[in-house]
Design a protein around this ligand. Structure first.
Ligand code: CA
Length: 667
């Protein structure tokens, strides 16, 4: 190790060599500079201070290592060293990394080989996430854990090798150095590109956080030398200082960064700047919980996945503060808001603990989700629903209600029960949101007795080159959601308002309206009956003319179309029929359909639209019945609407001999 560092330090003076494939860089700063960053007057650092005063940096490093090896005054929330375990996946990540096959992204498995001489700029598929997430070093903690549990030095050696190689090849001032060395415009552009990926604050924050666990698990090893400690701490400070000055502007990235800064500040109080790091994290989280969480408890990106991530961020910060004696930094309102967020979460779950995939949401791992609920229930012991979800409904208490409206964020849960025989329709019709949101207002998922008949298309990929972006755009389209379009175009506006909400044991009614296009307003009324029949009335008003389509994207499986819709043909479990009528000539048009439950995985599925023309100023009405069917009875009748006005609508439907009078009167 010493020899390796010596080599690295010896590179200090080597200038930019334009022709070299991998330019060699010095490690930023020098060993002495570490001692300007530390508060040597803290208890336990006397011997270090003495050595520094003598100018003996090597001795100071030795004393500092002794200090950190015996230090007991801070804890990392979530890390239980006595109960440390290494999952199969982590073992695999650690083992593969020994051969430089780095786990850069879950969606790109098996992992790519990054070269004997590691090429941190290798980019086999031009998906930005693949390049960004490489710099999160997902396999570093697995290496540290594998070492800690097995004591096999190959793991810690690999961690130190990857760590120092990364520092050498991704210096924070790579662009400036290339410019100073007179590199070509192309080389400078490549440095800039690399900086964008390696030093995005999100990734820097992730490394900052993970380095704490890596440190905790490796500091006791003889391989963790005093000069490596010096390097490690300087790099740690560089990361924290960088994030402090480059916080993301908003959204979940800002939350992640703030939580990680709080961890950094609490874990290394020896740094003079630690207090500022910790305070900035606490200040941002206390501020952003008011900004990013709607009064109804939903995170403002309107994405189930990031909503859960936000809960975990808020609770991790709180937990870290609590176990280190700083709980009072978070007011009671902070804790109450997080509990509200957990309430939204179980309301948005289907009875089998699967989740809707609106926006960029993916299908969550159900056992992870249960563990999250178990963690939350420890923070909020008075909430009896959290253990109920965590225990698969064996402990705790079922909610006392069924349907629930989250009006601020625009999520409406139409539910007739909580068990496996229930029917649950979740509608998304809310305010505008950000990147992870999609132009999908009015869309819904419908779960009936164990099957989600209308899973959201999902997102498939995030961003990248034109090819990757085109894949993302396909999954974002309005027409691949279960809502209404004009000429199959994406919605121009997504800003739905709730006009009516009524939930009784017999029926739930939800009427929302979105100013979808210039000249076209979409009003969607949904009715869920006690039997699990979902009826949807779609009205299109306004001056626009064109083809109006109501889209239905089903779960994968065989279907049979007819002139009004279709029926599913599952051999096991329940089936549904969909039937639509319109107040103008209507046709059923089959469409391309895909669903993506997880990154870069997709499955074909049936999809179609019920279409009719609309003249300027005319209004159009579609009534759709989605009904569970049995072999014996699957008759659906829809009586035409009586004279509708813009404030009222009434009609009747008959399903398997049962008649429903449906409609609304707005005040
Ligand atoms: Ca979607």
């Amino acid at each position: 190790m010493k020899k390796m560092l010596f080599t690295l330090v010896a590179l200090l003076g080597i200038a930019w060599v334009a022709a070299a494939a991998t330019p060699e860089w010095r490690i930023a700063g020098d060993e002495k500079s570490l001692y300007d960053l530390l508060d040597l007057d803290r208890p336990g650092l006397k011997a270090v201070k003495k050595a520094v005063a003598k100018g003996d940096i090597a001795a100071a490093d030795q004393e500092l290592l002794k200090y950190f090896r015996s230090r007991k005054n801070v804890k990392i929330y979530g890390l239980d060293i006595e109960e440390l375990d290494l999952t199969q996946e982590e073992q695999m990540m650690a083992d593969q990394s020994l051969e430089h096959k780095f786990y850069a992204h879950k969606g790109y498995q098996p992992s790519y080989f990054y070269g004997d001489d590691i090429d941190w700029r290798y980019w086999p598929v031009k998906d930005n996430e693949l390049r960004w997430q490489l710099h999160r070093h997902y396999w570093f903690i697995p290496l540290a854990k594998a070492y800690y549990l097995s004591r096999e030095e190959k793991y810690i050696d690999a961690w130190i090798e990857h760590y120092t190689d990364w520092i050498r090849k991704n210096p924070i001032d790579g662009v400036e150095r290339a410019q100073a060395a007179g590199a070509s415009a192309e080389e400078i552009a490549a440095e800039k590109e690399n900086f964008r990926f390696a030093w995005r604050p999100m990734e820097a924050g992730r490394r900052l956080q993970d380095q704490l666990t890596e440190f905790e698990l490796t500091i006791g090893s003889q391989r963790f030398t005093s000069d490596f400690l010096n390097l490690f701490l300087r790099m740690f400070h560089q990361h924290a200082d960088y994030v402090l000055h480059r916080y993301s502007e908003k959204g979940n990235h800002l939350l992640f960064e703030a939580q990680r800064m709080l961890f950094a500040g609490i874990y290394f109080p020896e740094f003079r700047d630690a207090k500022a790091w910790r305070e900035s994290g606490i200040e941002i989280l206390n501020r952003e919980i008011g900004v990013q969480v709607y009064p109804d408890g939903m995170q403002f990106e309107l994405d189930f996945g990031y909503h859960i991530a936000a809960i975990d961020i808020f609770l991790k910060a709180l937990g870290m503060a609590q176990i280190n004696g700083l709980a009072k930094e978070f007011p009671a309102s902070y804790v109450a808001t997080v509990e509200k967020m957990t309430v939204v979460t179980y309301n948005l779950l289907f009875p089998d603990n699967t989740n809707p995939m609106f926006g960029d949401t993916k299908q969550h791992n159900r056992s992870t989700l249960k563990r999250q609920f178990a963690t939350w229930s420890k923070v909020f012991p008075a909430n009896r629903q959290l253990p109920w979800v965590a225990s698969d409904k064996k402990e705790g208490e079922m909610p006392s209600y069924t349907s629930r409206a989250f009006e601020d964020s625009g999520f409406y849960v139409l539910r007739n029960g909580w068990d496996k025989n229930a029917t649950v329709a979740i509608v998304k019709a809310g305010p505008p949101a950000f990147w992870h949101n999609q132009p999908d207002n009015g869309t819904f998922e419908y779960w009936h007795r164990g099957r989600n008949f209308f899973p959201d298309s999902g997102s498939y990929v995030y961003g990248g080159d034109a090819e990757v972006l085109a894949q993302r755009e396909w999954f974002r389209q309005t027409r691949v959601h279960n809502t209404l379009t004009l000429d199959d175009r994406n919605l121009e506006q997504t800003d739905s308002k709730l006009l009516l909400w009524k939930a009784s044991g017999k029926q739930t009614v939800c009427v929302t309206e979105n100013p979808s296009y210039e000249g076209l307003t979409h009003r969607r009324s949904m009715f869920l009956t006690a039997e699990g029949v979902l009826v949807i009335a779609d009205q299109a008003f306004g001056t626009a003319a064109g083809k109006v389509g109501v889209h239905f994207n089903l779960c994968p499986g065989e279907v049979r179309y007819d002139e009004n819709g279709l029926r599913t043909l599952f051999e096991k479990g329940t089936n549904i029929r969909i039937r639509t009528v319109c107040d103008a000539p209507m046709k059923i048009a089959e469409e391309e359909g895909w669903v993506s439950n997880t990154y870069r995985k997709k499955q074909e599925r049936p999809a179609y639209a019920a279409e009719a023309q609309k003249a300027a100023g005319e209004s159009r009405l579609f009534i759709t019945v989605i009904a569970p069917v049995s072999k014996e009875a699957d008759r659906i009748e829809i009586a035409p609407a009586q004279q509708a006005t813009d404030r009222s609508l009434h009609f009747t439907v008959e399903v398997n001999g049962k008649k429903y009078d449906l409609g609304y009167d707005l005040k």
